[in-house]
Design a protein around this ligand. Sequence first.
Ligand SMILES: *Cc1c(COP(=O)(O)O)cnc(C)c1O
Length: 415
Amino acid sequence: MAYSENTRNNYKAVLEEIRENGLFKEERYICSPQDADIVVEYPSGAPQKEVINMCANNYLGLSSHPEVVKAAHEGLDARGYGMSSVRFICGTQDIHRELENKLTKFLETEDTVLFPSCMDANAGVFEAVFDDRDVLIADRLVHASIIDGMRLCSALNESFKHSDMKHLERKLETYQDARYRCIVTDGVFSMDGDTAKLDEICDLAEKYDAMVFVDDSHSSGFLGKRGKGTHEHKGVLGRIDIITTTLGKALGGASGGCVSGRSEIVEMCRQKARPYLFSNAMPPVVVAAANKVIDIITETTERRDKLEENTKFWRAGLEQAGFDLVDGDTPIVPVMLYNAKLSQDMSRDLYELGIYAIGFFFPVVPQGKARIRTQISAAHERHHLEKALDAFIQVGKKYDILGKGKKEIIEMFGM
Ligand SMILES: *Cc1c(COP(=O)(O)O)cnc(C)c1O
C-alpha cells in the first residue's frame, strides 16, 4: 500500500507538533454575509453568535453592499454563471475587457489584464516578463505569492532589507550589468500595515535604470486621496511599471486579480503568463460586480474618507489604552503580543465579548512576532469601534499587558 500506516502516522505526528506548539489554525464558520456584523458558529457545533468583525479585508465595506450585490445578480442574468474556458479560448466576455479598461483608468496605467487571483497574477507576471539575464530585487517582507512568483522565474532572485533604501541602492549598484533590474515591493505590507517608500524607490529606479513592481493588494481602492493606491499616496502615479492587485479585498472582496502597467508588459502576460493561459477566466457574476465597484469608488471618495476617519479613531483608542501597536497610517492596525498562545487566548476572550479578531502567528508572521491584526472598514460605524475598543481594553487588563512594551510582554509570556 502506497499510503501506509507509517506514512499516515508521520503526517499525524507533524500535525500534532503544530498543535503542541500552539500554531494550529482552526477555521471558524461564518453563517452570514461578510460585513461589520457577522454571525459565527465557533467552535463548530456551538450556537451561532453575532459578533463585530475586526479582521476582514473588507476595507471599503463593499463585500455585501446592496449595489454590488444587485450588479452581481444582473451580471449573472445577463452573462450566465461560468465561462468554462480560459481567457484566450472562449473565456473573454465584453465585461472582462470593460473591467480591464476601468482598472487601467482608475490606476492610471497603460493597460490591464485580469487573472483568477492576485496570487495567480504574481505567479505569472515575473516568468512572462523576465529571464536569466535579469535580476529581481525584492523587499524582504513581500507577500508569499510574490516570493513564489519570483521562484518560478529564471531571473536572479535578490532582496533588500525591509524598506532599507541604502541596502536597495547597494544592490542596484551591484547588478548594473544585468539586462533589466526590477525593484519588487508590496505597496502596503499586509502584516505590519506600513507603506513602501515608493517615492524614494522610484528615484532610485531612475538613477540606476530599474523597473518598479508594486503589489498593491492592501491599498487599491482606498489609499491616496482618490483611493488609487500607494502610488497615489506617495505621489508617483504613472511611475510604476508593473502593478499587481486583487479584487478580493477592498474592491468587492470576491476574487480576481490583475497585472496593470506598461502596455507591452501587460501584453506579454496575455501571451505568456501561465495562470492566464491555463486557469479559468473570472466568472461573469464577479466581473459584473467588480465593474460596479470601480464605478462606485470613481464617483465618490466617501467610503475611503470614512475608512480614514475610522482608522484614526481606532488607532488613537488602542494607543491611549496602552497597547503595543505597529506604527502606520493604514487600516491595518496590528496589536503586538509576540507569543502565539497569548494571541490565540486573547482572540478567544475577545470572541466571548462579541469581537471577532484572529491571532496571527508563525508561519503567517515570523516566530516571536505573534499579534492580533485588526483591520478597519468603512462598514464600521462608531458604535462598532467603541464596543470593540471596550472589549480590547477589558482583555488587555486581564492579561495585564496595557502600557507594556515588547520586552515586558515577552518576559511575561515568552516568545
Ligand atoms: C491578499 C494578497 C494577495 C493574494 O490575493 P488573491 O487575489 O486573494 O490571490 C497577493 N498579494 C498581496 C500583497 C496580498 O495581500
